[in-house]
Design a protein around this ligand. Structure first.
Ligand code: C5P
Length: 400
């Protein structure tokens, strides 16, 4: 995918700049023509000599040439590139990007670029988590950038946490996938329903039955679908996540019945649905109007079954409509998943397990298997939830 592609590699002032050298090497090895643009702070971390030797091109940093009156046109650079990758991206650079503060060649080029832009942030855990930085990342997403979220682990500061720039191999893989998608916005004209997150079923005004679903996979799927040109209707239970792609219409609900009511209305006009929500199977039969007081040693709460959204909509499926379900299984995983596939009339089911480290509900990674209607099974390795979403959307795209 990278052969002959013109890539701008933007490098900013982070200790992770050393990883950009490996990234550059990999891109060149894959056949890409790479133009490096480094910010003044980036040059404090790695030298232009290394970068120009590996890219075979002079490294750009200043607006103006030496003494001869020439200048580097950010507009030409922005139009030249097939893809622009900023790795590592500091909080400072992202802040400038979203505010249009053009005090270096990298930012002016970003503002002139017509190509897809990929941003791989790298910084300390607390800087990454700061609301200012999170707001800027949201804005970049809204402007259409592809964010490669940093990994969690040891940081240059000695602290542990989220902030390590993603590994160069994974960034190259993501760039290839983005270029493949850009080649044709394969899902344009498709309307797709996605459910995500948990549901909360009220017991009384202050208590509920819920589950540990984070919603991360459903949100990553919604974003990936939108990147491929689909119009996405994201119906989500209570989660701590944001999504800002202009083609994602988000609807927040609390209970399973509320989620069902919205999904029923939307599904008829959708080409596909991905049921990633962890919907509560039961809800209290009666919701107490007052907070339940502790009065007895035992308390019994009677539960009634909630609508099974996926199964109910599966019954109404018209020819050509595609549905995808999830099976989170703690035992007899494959057998249970196959039963769900048939019972809920899915085109394929995504099987995952909460039993193993790094898999399931709450973390940033997951290991899935996809079981198709024709009984074929595909097993995938442990990946970030974003990368898992890419695999799921690719499987859906093949059917659509
Ligand atoms: O039966 P189980 O809850 O394991 O089925 C999981 C699949 O069914 C998921 O795709 C989930 O989103 C969907 N589901 C649903 N409504 C329910 C229960 C599950 O849509 N009430």
């Amino acid at each position: 995918m990278l052969k002959g592609k013109k890539v701008i590699l933007g490098i900013t002032g982070s200790i992770a700049a050393y990883k950009a050298v490996y990234l550059l090497r990999l891109l060149v090895k894959e056949g890409a023509e790479v133009q490096v643009i480094i910010t003044p702070a980036g040059k404090k971390f790695i030298t232009s000599v290394t970068l120009s030797a590996l890219s075979g091109k002079p490294v750009l940093s200043e607006f103006f040439g030496n003494e001869d009156g020439t200048w580097h046109s950010h507009v030409d650079l922005g139009l030249w590139a097939d893809i622009m990758v900023i790795a590592p991206a500091t909080a400072d650079t992202m802040g400038k990007m979203v505010n249009g503060i053009c005090d270096n060649l990298l930012i002016t080029t970003y503002l002139s670029a017509k190509c897809p832009v990929v941003v791989a942030p790298a910084m300390d855990v607390d800087m990454y988590a700061h609301p200012a930085n999170q707001r800027n990342i949201d804005l970049l997403r809204r402007f259409g950038a592809h964010i490669i979220e940093p990994a969690t682990g040891e940081l240059a500061s000695g602290l542990e946490g989220k902030g390590r720039m993603e590994e160069p191999e994974l960034i190259v893989q993501r760039i290839s996938e983005i270029l493949a998608i850009e080649k044709k916005k394969s899902l344009s004209g498709k309307k797709i329903l996605v459910t995500a997150g948990p549901t909360y079923e009220n017991i009384d005004p202050v208590r509920f039955i819920g589950n540990y679903s984070s919603g991360k996979t459903g949100f990553a799927i919604a974003e990936e679908l939108a990147h491929r040109g689909a119009e996405v209707f994201l119906v989500t239970g209570p989660v701590n996540l944001k999504i800002s792609h202009p083609s994602v219409h988000r609807m927040d609900v609390v209970s399973a019945t509320a989620m069902y009511d919205i999904c029923r209305k939307l599904f008829t006009s959708c080409h596909a649905a991905v049921f990633a929500a962890a919907v509560s199977d039961y809800a209290p039969s009666d919701v107490s109007a007052e907070k339940i007081k502790r009065s007895t040693e035992d308390l019994t709460i009677h539960l009634k079954a909630n609508p099974d959204i996926a199964a109910e909509l599966g019954k109404t499926k018209k020819a050509g409509q595609v549905t995808v379900g999830f099976a989170l299984e703690t035992n007899n995983a494959e057998k249970n998943a196959r039963q769900k596939l048939a019972r809920k009339n899915f085109d394929f089911v995504v099987l995952n397990s909460p039993n193993n480290e790094g898999e399931g509900f709450m973390g940033d990674t997951n290991r899935i298997s996809i079981i198709h209607k024709d009984h074929k099974i595909e097993n995938f390795p442990l990946k970030s939830k974003q990368a898992v979403a890419v695999d799921i959307v690719s499987a859906l795209e093949k059917i659509l």
